[in-house]
Ligand binder design. Structure first.
Ligand code: WT7
Length: 645
């Protein structure tokens, strides 16, 4: 890990919302007097009925309860659209860049108002009411943002499912939150390839029937429409008015559910609510990206992930920003695409993931250098630890040593960024997410939950609540408590390990639970295992992560076959195909090792620690193997480990 330090450039500090002295002062106040601090900053959004209470939260294991601004009322879509109309009706709200470089669209705040009102009325025609769950399974087209904001406008709770998930995964997520309406498109378009979204919805609906499917026309591809269930969005939109009054919502009414992977096979429905989430998303967007009036801001995430929710849609639009939305992939038509888009739309703030940076770094500097990147002022990174090599390349080649990099650590559960540099305040150290945002109180604990002081290493916990925190797991509050507050009673456990250096900087070292991070996508090893054992020829499977040059972590699967099955390369391909069909392409195993036996304790528990070491190629020091039922299994696994050269 590099310990070089990049001071804050004087010009960056001068124009920034906060310099270091201001950061320290605001941070101190935010933890000494959260009611005062958030009471003041809570006013950044427009309330219909102003709140009189600010923080009412308990991390007590027996009574976990999180409420912010609980007696206030507001509407998120009015905050993201209506309140900007007077001042910036003709300003671009969304710049949409298509998969095909010849396609783009500019949507002003006025346009956005028109589109979202229409969409909200279409939802009404489909019988969607306040509190109903709506599943959104769309590509990265403006309608994805319209659909989210339309739900927010009428008080429906959206649950976005990433377009790369399979019909089975989609069905599971429809069923789990009992949604009766799905919004999709005929097909998606990514890197010139079509994604059969409507067909996937048809398959999902066989397992999880829904009353209504709203279909946006994107490619015009051939699909089938089921009479009485499916409607074309454009036909319905033609029939409705473009006026729909925003519904008054309580601060603690749910805004959305987003499923995320954990240590068990079943994804959790993370619930975010209205008031605290919007305050936190908009405030972090302003300060972390040092957003100023007129900036063109681009976050390359997909709205299927939390980054897209908070930093493509809700945060930027609440701030009246211009947010760029990109349908395609970084390498289509070639590896200069990101940089061409930056040049074309004069992007000032660019936020992407380390996996994309590594892939583009591998493609060579020429792709970057042929674009004019002089508009760039700030770079951001999110999703996994950024290795110092990638950081340095991003800083030198993309940023030309003029753009600070904000390495932002957060999670689906946190709603917004928790640990991050602020461009005008924080000296940068490549690979470190640096210091906490206002109101965030990180701590490092050992395995027993003892607080570790000063420079140290251990598990990352947060000791008190912030407004953007998830409130519960949909339909299962006990699971929320068990997952996040049971490991260390009274503390929010992040699932991440970290190091804290002598300057109080945090260095996230990765997950310490059975979650792996593949290209910045979070994957439960248990989910991949249950997909594998669902195959008729598989008797047992154990999945671990291993270091992967581009993806950060790759998926390594140890598979024990049923008696009499042949371990062939054909079968490996079949298993990969099977997992893709069960979960989606993001869960494809990179390496499969057929293993006649898995290392188990005498009580039958799989010793994952050993499997992880073998997958990492660090089997010289396997640690304590004395509890193994059959030590010979390990030698066989080492001898047959998969070569990844
Ligand atoms: C996990 C959360 C929230 C945005 C996207 C991922 C890892 C995220 C960083 C970072 C080191 C990071 C953590 C975290 N992570 N950002 N800047 N440095 N690790 O959201 O899918 O909920 O995954 O991503 O391990 O726990 P997510």
């Amino acid at each position: 890990m590099s310990e070089s330090v990049f001071p804050v450039p004087a010009d960056v500090a001068a124009r920034a919302h906060v310099d270091n002295a201001k950061y320290l002062e605001m941070y101190q106040r935010s933890v000494d007097d959260p009611d005062g601090f958030w009471g003041e900053h809570g006013k950044r959004v427009d309330w219909i009925k102003p709140f009189t209470k600010v923080k009412n939260t308990s991390y007590d294991y027996h009574n976990v309860s999180i409420k912010w601004f609980e007696d206030g009322t507001l509407n998120v879509s009015a905050n993201c659209i209506d309140r900007h109309l007077e001042k910036r009706g003709d300003q671009p709200a969304i710049i949409w860049e298509g998969d095909d470089p010849s396609e783009h669209k500019v949507i002003t705040y006025k346009d956005l108002h028109h589109e979202v009102n229409k969409f909200a009325n279409v939802l009404h025609t489909q019988g969607v009411k306040k509190g109903d769950r709506v599943t959104i399974y769309l590509p990265m087209i403006p309608e994805a943002a319209y659909a989210m904001l339309a739900c927010a406008r009428i008080g429906a709770i959206h649950s976005i499912v990433f377009g790369g998930f399979s019909p089975d995964s989609l069905a599971q997520r429809i069923e789990s939150c009992k949604s009766n309406c799905v919004i999709t498109a005929d097909e998606g378009l990514r890197g010139g390839r079509k994604v059969p979204l409507k067909l996937n919805v048809d398959k999902a609906a066989e397992k999880a029937p829904v009353g209504s499917v709203i279909v946006v026309k994107r490619t015009g591809g051939d699909i089938s429409m089921q009479e009485g269930r499916d409607v074309w969005y454009h036909e319905e939109a033609d029939r409705v008015s473009d006026h729909c009054a925003p519904v008054e919502m309580n601060a603690e009414d749910p805004l959305f559910i987003l499923y995320t992977s954990g240590s068990t096979g079943q994804p959790k429905g993370v619930v975010h609510t209205t008031g605290g989430y919007l305050v936190y998303a908009s405030m972090t967007h302003q300060y972390v990206f040092d957003y100023h009036e007129g900036d063109i801001y681009w976050c390359t995430a997909d709205v299927g992930w939390v980054t897209g929710h908070s930093y493509i849609v809700y945060g930027p639009l609440a701030n009246g920003a211009t947010t760029l939305m990109f349908e395609g992939v970084p390498t289509y038509p070639d590896a200069s695409r990101f940089w061409q888009v930056c040049e074309k739309h004069k992007v000032n703030i660019f936020y992407t993931a380390p996996t994309a940076i590594r892939a583009l770094m591998g493609a060579g500097d020429d792709f970057v250098n042929k674009a004019d990147l002089s508009s760039l002022r700030l770079l951001g990174s999110v999703g996994e630890p950024i290795n110092p090599e990638a950081w340095t390349w991003y800083y030198n080649v993309v940023g030309k040593q003029n753009c600070p990099i904000v390495d932002t650590w957060w999670q689906t559960e946190t709603g917004g960024i928790l640990i991050t540099p602020l461009p005008g305040a924080t000296e940068l150290k490549p690979g470190s997410a640096t210091r906490p945002f206002f109101g965030v109180q990180p701590a490092v604990v050992d395995a027993e939950g003892k607080f570790l002081d000063g420079a140290t290493e251990g598990n990352l916990v947060i000791t008190d609540s912030w407004p953007g925190q998830m409130r519960t797991v949909y339909g299962d509050h006990d699971r929320f408590v068990q997952t996040y507050f049971a490991t260390y009673k009274g503390l929010y456990f992040t699932g991440d390990g970290c190091r804290r250096d002598g300057d109080g900087y945090y260095w996230i070292t990765g997950r310490v639970d059975d979650v792996i991070n593949v290209s910045g996508h979070r994957m439960g090893t248990a989910e991949v295992e249950s997909a594998l054992v669902a195959h008729a020829k598989v008797s047992e499977a154990a999945v671990v992560g291993y270091p992967h040059d581009i993806k950060g972590q790759g998926i390594y699967a140890y598979v024990t076959l049923m008696e009499g099955e042949e371990p062939t390369d054909e079968l490996k391909k079949e298993l990969v195909k099977h997992v893709r069909a069960e979960i989606g392409p993001i869960a494809s195993p990179d390496l499969i090792q057929f293993s006649p036996g898995l290392p188990k304790t005498r009580s039958g528990k799989i010793m994952r620690r050993i499997l992880r070491k073998i997958a990492e190629d660090s089997f010289d020091n396997l640690g304590d193997t004395s509890t193994l039922a059959d030590p010979a299994v390990v030698d066989d696994l080492i001898d047959n480990r998969q070569n990844r050269a």
